[in-house]
Design a protein around this ligand. Structure first.
Ligand code: CA
Length: 485
């Protein structure tokens, strides 16, 4: 990967269900390129339970908006043809494309089946709360309108571990399927006793036919579409050894550069470390720890010690395996993992992921273009664009940290051969402050100006390379040499 890349999560939860998404995004490709975006993580592109499904209620991994299934040919986002045109345009703009891959569950089955199951305690899935009994569950997938194209595999209850609904008794709950070799997977999160089950019909990754079918599918998928990477959904709920083997399988088959990253939604460095180890460090993970620190710093500003902003973060522990982000489609207001970084703090938060040395930063569509829905929130494209530009122009080389006080941190990037000159960044969550920082003796006599539009001062660097840099209350400033013109 080239230096200082920036990824964008190119969707939020409340996009309209009009099928125009791929076309709209295609129109934006040039602008995104101009803004310095190098890769887009697209929403799940597979046929889901309906066009109003964001894409995580996945029905058919082989239908990318091509077959008349679940009431339409298109997905929420458009048709396969439009998707292909979008990818072509993005590649023309040298923007990579990452697909969101949902391998934990399937929804919208074609028919019910009767099978033995036992209900378990929602809060401790290792505890059975009923006798084993027959239920009628939505586990039959034969994809009549795809009619065997690309794969003839049909799913039945043997391929799943559990469902959340008994049609016969009209009863909701978590019903674990009973049978030979049937149990929750090992190698999933230990939350709720065993967090294998998340939603819909939970795929049984221990079943040999399922493993083979998903490997076949992965191989087919990367051949069918010229994507550049995969984002794994819901890793906490999928057997880690399966993901390790799945990645192995793809890596052995594919000849182009391919990038894997995933969502393991847990604010716990030990569990993240364990997961990275179990998957042989072949998949990056989102930095959930940093996200929660950003939320906390924005919400409880007076009690939060900024010097601890990277504590327990993945980017601190595994700088090369961390996808740093501020918010996403699940953390946005109203969604399942709601934990939204308050708008006033976004500039600081994006400064923290874009202007420092470590992490692969991911910009959230909702923060950039805004969030739709009942309580829309305005996007902050202008300031994020400016920060990306600063990243591309100045955020290079060694980094010196100034962890000054609980409401003031700062750092200097010292540049490199290709990008000489330094960058000084200051964050204050309290009063306006001035901090003396050393940007290097080679900068002596130069005039530094503020690049985010926050401060009009011109600061002269003294003989020793020191400058007295300013930052206003509750904001961030970034300083570099004033250029002619
Ligand atoms: Ca699972």
């Amino acid at each position: 990967m080239t230096e200082n890349n920036v990824m964008m999560q190119a969707f939020e939860w409340n996009l309209p269900d009009d099928g125009n998404y791929y076309q709209d995004l295609k129109e934006k490709a040039k602008d995104l390129k101009a803004s310095g975006i190098n890769a887009l993580w697209l929403p799940p592109m597979f046929k889901a339970t309906g066009t109003n499904d964001v894409g995580y209620g996945i029905y058919d991994l082989y239908d990318l908006g091509e077959f008349d299934q679940k009431g339409s040919i298109r997905t929420k986002y458009g048709t396969l043809e439009e998707l292909r045109e979008l990818i072509e345009e993005l590649h023309k703009q040298e923007i990579k494309v990452y697909a969101d891959v949902v391998l934990n569950h399937k929804g919208g089955a074609d028919f019910t089946e009767e099978f033995l199951a036992v209900e378990v305690d929602e809060n401790d899935r290792t505890q059975e709360v009923s006798e084993s009994h027959n239920i009628e569950g939505w586990t039959g997938f034969n994809f009549p309108n795809r009619d065997g194209e690309y794969s003839e595999f049909e799913w039945n209850f043997n391929h799943f571990t559990a469902v959340d609904y008994d049609q016969a008794g009209d009863q909701s709950g978590i019903f674990k399927i009973v049978g030979e070799n049937k149990d929750w997977s090992e190698g999933v999160s230990g939350e709720k006793g065993n967090f294998d089950y998340l939603m819909f019909a939970d795929i049984d990754h221990d079943h040999p036919d399922v493993r083979q079918e998903l490997f076949n599918w992965g191989e087919w998928f990367v051949d069918f579409l010229p994507i550049d990477g995969m984002r794994f959904d819901a890793l906490k709920h999928i057997q880690d050894q399966f993901i390790r083997d799945f990645i192995d399988h793809i890596e052995n088959k594919i000849e182009r550069d391919f990038y894997f990253f995933g969502e393991y939604w847990k604010n716990d460095p030990d569990e993240n470390n364990h997961y990275l180890y179990e998957t042989k460090y072949h998949t990056d993970l989102f930095d959930v720890g940093l996200h929660f620190n950003l939320v906390e710093a924005a919400q409880n500003t007076n009690d939060f010690d900024l010097r601890k902003i990277f504590d327990n973060s993945l980017v601190q522990e595994h700088p090369h395996l961390a996808v740093t982000f501020v918010d996403n489609h699940d953390s946005q207001p109203g969604q399942s993992l709601e934990s939204f970084v308050e708008p006033w703090f976004k500039k600081i938060a994006y400064g923290l992921i874009l202007l420092r040395k470590d992490g692969y930063p991911c910009i959230f569509y909702g923060d950039y273009y805004g969030l739709a829905g009942e309580n829309p929130i305005e996007g902050q494209k202008e300031i994020i664009d400016r920060l990306i530009q600063i990243r591309k122009d100045y955020a290079y080389g060694d980094q010196s940290d100034y962890m000054e006080s609980e409401d003031l941190i700062a750092w200097v990037r010292h540049g490199n051969e290709e990008h000489p000159g330094s960058l000084a960044v200051l964050v204050s969550t309290g009063e306006a402050k001035t901090l003396t920082m050393n940007v290097g003796e080679d900068q002596a006599g130069k005039i530094y100006v503020e690049l985010t539009g926050d401060n009009d001062q011109e600061i002269e660097i003294d003989e020793a390379g020191n400058g007295d840099f300013e930052v206003g209350p509750g904001t961030m400033t970034a300083w570099a040499e004033k250029l002619e013109n």
